[in-house]
Design a protein around this ligand. Structure first.
Ligand code: AMX
Length: 462
């Protein structure tokens, strides 16, 4: 049955797209062809009327403090409110869970539905989602040179390093790079970029699964892509768990809600910066993956699980809040951060953490797992400890506090692989923005840098 199509975006809906689409089945390209001219007109009007209007002050703290809070990027697909967390085109995670299509027999949002929402600002019909699933499945096989490259890498090479290399090597077939070389018009950039982005998203599961199999389960045959199931179903199947494993529903949720987190986070921003040079989407996203591989960003999920398991080993049975408190102080006093806590923007518990916790609450097997129990107990103790410690601006759990322990429970126990899953997900948002940057003709990013002396001179006497 076709789901009623809604326009989701607060930004998109401000008069521009505030019309209901007929419940016809469109391809994602057709949906974009409808919305892009309206956005282009909106941007042109803003530029004409307000190019010199002021959005805020640039303070010294922005320049020396990682640009936190500096309003300096255009990014439409998601907005991160410090208190309520992420919204995708105006929809919160619970809204998405209600409105976006699940897999047949499943409950969780599928990646295709989230991708459609991010790219077009619209909630797709079920038929549109299924059609996109099929398109991605049909495009999902890896070219031989990438298989050969990945198979030739030492299994001791970190899976994220391998993922970035595989993604970069996929640029061999870049439609954008080929078209640019032939000399296309600027107005056509987005359409070739879209081809690359769809192809890359389609191929990420096969690439990520191949890395997993090579490193952790060598010698087993990887199943072929099933054209009748969704992207994440295929991913889990290729990982070797079977498409109907409980892990599939978890990863559907995980991949949908990790898809985008505003534009300024390190991975998305990297893709945007590199993409602004007109590097093709494969090179841009490869660079983004190496930002995601940093321990303050995506690598935190591997760190959290290692740290919680160490805590479990250290505390033994009968873990109490008091014992967890002591362990947290031990981490802090040794000069380390508490992984999975704090955030550059959020000032409340991360709603993605809450969504993953709720996933656990509905499943008795997860609730009974001692590691998941420990994560829950830690989230009850850590905020007070971090407040007393007094450094972090946000003492609450971020998404990484919960994500790894469920993977561990379901038998995906190789921590070093966890950020790869994050990398499969973040492509949804980062590549969406690449399409839009080309559609809107956004220029090369080139902020002004200043020396310490130049800053001192500028602020003297203020
Ligand atoms: N434990 C201990 N100290 C922490 C802390 C934590 N979890 N989070 C922040 N702090 C410290 C910072 O190191 C900083 O100390 P400094 O003044 O001595 O340098 C101080 O508190 C102020 O930091 P902040 O402004 O609150 O955070 P930030 O924006 O600089 O950094 C983040 C944000 C996420 C990197 C940081 O909170 C952190 O390191 N957390 C642990 C790692 C983690 O969970 N990362 C995952 C983030 C989500 C993601 O991208 N996947």
């Amino acid at each position: 049955m076709l789901r009623q199509t809604r326009f989701a975006s607060r930004h998109f809906s401000q008069g521009i797209l505030a019309q209901r689409r007929m419940a016809s089945t469109k391809t994602i390209r057709e949906a974009l062809e409808e919305v892009i001219p309206k956005k282009q007109a909106q941007l042109a009007a803003l530029k004409a009327r307000h190019s010199q209007s002021v959005l805020g002050d640039v303070k010294v703290e922005h320049v020396i403090g990682g640009m936190r809070g500096l309003k300096a990027m255009l990014w439409d697909a998601s907005v991160l409110d410090p208190l309520e967390g992420i919204r995708f085109h105006g929809l919160s995670i619970p809204d998405c869970q209600k409105q976006l299509t699940a897999a047949p027999g499943g409950k969780e949002i599928i990646a295709e539905s989230m991708l459609w929402l991010l790219l077009t600002g619209q909630v797709p019909t079920e038929a549109e989602t299924r059609q996109l699933s099929r398109e991605l499945a049909e495009k999902g096989d890896l070219p031989k040179h990438v298989i050969d490259l990945i198979d030739s890498l030492p299994t001791t090479l970190h899976p994220m390093t391998q993922l970035g290399m595989g993604v970069a090597a996929l640029n061999h077939d870049s439609k954008f790079a080929a078209a640019y070389e032939e000399g296309i018009k600027k107005s056509e950039y987005w359409t070739h970029t879209l081809d690359d982005c769809i192809n890359l998203i389609a191929r990420l599961p096969a690439l990520a699964a191949r890395i997993y199999r090579n490193v952790y389960k060598p010698g087993q045959e990887i199943p072929a892509i099933n054209k009748d199931i969704d992207l994440v179903g295929n991913y889990v199947n290729m990982l070797g768990f079977g498409a109907n494993h409980d892990l599939t529903e978890y990863l559907r949720l995980y991949i949908a809600i990790h898809g985008d987190h505003e534009g300024g986070n390190a991975s998305a921003h990297t893709a945007h910066l590199v993409g602004s040079t007109l590097a093709d989407p494969y090179l841009s996203y490869s660079a983004a993956l190496y930002a995601l591989a940093g321990p303050l960003h995506g690598l935190a999920n591997q760190e959290v699980l290692r740290w919680q398991l160490d805590m479990q080993k250290e505390l033994g049975n009968n873990i109490t809040h008091e014992k967890i408190k002591e362990s947290l102080w031990k981490t802090l006093k040794s000069g380390r951060v508490v992984p999975g806590y704090g955030h550059g923007v959020l000032r409340n518990p991360d709603p993605r953490f809450v969504a993953l916790q709720e996933f656990c609450l509905t499943r008795p097997d997860l609730l009974a797992d001692p590691v998941i129990q420990l994560v829950k107990q830690t989230s009850e103790v850590a905020p007070d400890v971090l407040k007393e410690h007094g450094k972090t601006k946000n003492p609450y759990p971020n998404v990484d506090a919960a994500s790894g322990c469920v993977l561990y429970h379901y038998g995906l126990t190789e921590f070093k692989y966890y950020t790869v899953i994050f990398g499969v997900s973040r492509a949804l948002g980062a590549l969406t923005q690449l399409v839009w940057a080309r559609a809107l003709g956004l220029p090369l990013e080139r902020p002004k840098s200043l020396s310490l002396e130049a800053i001192e001179k500028l602020v003297e006497g203020q």
